[in-house]
Design a protein around this ligand. Structure first.
Ligand code: 5GP
Length: 204
């Protein structure tokens, strides 16, 4: 029987560079699958439906809520964001590790549902980097940059509830840190109880 995968929850403020770190991580670690969230926000330039997000209308999103199709969902800024349950469950059952890139509130909801979820907070090295990165990507208005910078500070206060913090000074190094965390989690005794039982009982 294939072993169940690890559920990994990654959060961090806008401008922490989560997306780049995770893209490098997934490129290096093929067992890790990215859970594509559903959102009602408009796609940014270059974003692809079904790859970055599943882009839906508010009506479609609310129908999904009514059908209990989300593991968790939240209103973040002016839009809905949610994690579709079915894909996550299937990939974990198939033995893949699954990473959710979600806000801190959603992350704490997931931890309540899946207490074994591994919680990783990605942080910029310096506070000033948050605003610099948001300005650098030129996708938000001035007002949105101010809102996101304020929420970033709120999110950083939640980092104490996470298991690990990855400081993103260099996204390749950040990816290596996440892989090291996954490997260490896989070596935890609590994740290898069946293996030990099999050794004791003479199974394969
Ligand atoms: P963005 O609009 O920059 O892609 O994402 C805004 C925020 O929503 C980020 O903090 C991101 O992690 C969070 N987010 C993305 N998908 C989900 C989701 O499925 N659930 C929750 N709770 N937050 C999400």
């Amino acid at each position: 029987m294939q072993k169940k995968g690890l559920l990994i929850v990654v959060s961090g403020p806008s401008g922490a560079g989560k997306g780049t770190v995770l893209a490098h991580t997934i490129a290096k670690y093929s067992n890790l699958k990215y859970s594509v969230s559903v959102t009602t926000r408009a796609p940014r330039a270059g974003e692809v439906d079904g790859v970055n997000y599943f882009f839906k209308s508010v009506k479609e999103f609310e129908e999904m809520i009514a059908r209990c199709e989300f593991l968790e969902y939240k209103r973040v800024y002016d839009n809905y964001y949610g994690t579709p349950l079915v894909n996550v469950q299937k990939q974990l059952d198939d033995g893949y590790d699954v990473v959710l890139e979600i806000d801190t509130e959603g992350a704490l909801d997931v931890k309540n549902i899946y207490p074994d979820a591994v919680m990783i907070f990605i942080s910029p090295a310096k506070r000033s980097t948050i605003e610099e990165r948001l300005r650098g990507r030129s996708t938000e208005s001035e007002e949105q940059i101010q809102t996101r910078t304020q929420s970033a500070l709120k999110e950083i206060r939640q980092a104490v509830f996470y298991d690990y913090i990855v400081v993103n000074e260099d996204s390749q190094k950040g990816a290596m840190d996440i892989i090291a965390i996954i490997e260490a989690e896989k070596c935890k005794v609590k994740n290898n109880k069946k293996f030990i039982d099999n050794l004791i009982n003479g199974g394969k």
